[in-house]
Design a protein. Structure first.
Length: 113
């Protein structure tokens, strides 16, 4: 499975960004699609994921601000990020799980105060 992520950038606090990720290759057995992030000096953490059945999980820190969505036909997963805060600054990674977990290349999100 190959993942291509896009949509990162620089935004002011309170602003919005949308991340997109497209999976290609052996996508038949993909179960969960999601986003993780890693801030400087911190461990990578789950932001949100969505199962093939549409069940979602969000980190407490993003609940009510971020929305994950998935298109099973297109094998894409998007993350709409609203009311961004400086502490959301991180490299965001798309990830999908089938028999293994596959990672995208990471896209930088910078939120200025």
């Amino acid at each position: 499975v190959q993942l291509q992520a896009s949509g990162g950038g620089l935004v002011q606090a309170g602003g919005s960004l949308r991340l997109s990720c497209a999976a290609s290759g052996s996508t038949n057995n993909i179960h969960t699609m999601g986003w993780y992030r890693q801030a400087p000096g911190k461990q990578r953490e789950l932001v949100a994921h969505v199962t093939s059945a549409g069940n979602t999980v969000y980190a407490d820190s993003v609940k009510g601000r971020f929305t994950i969505s998935r298109d099973n036909m297109k094998n894409t997963v998007d993350l709409q990020m609203n009311s961004l805060k400086p502490e959301d600054t991180a490299v965001y990674y798309c990830a999908v799980t089938s028999n293994f977990i596959y990672w995208g290349q990471g896209t930088l999100v910078t939120v200025s105060s």
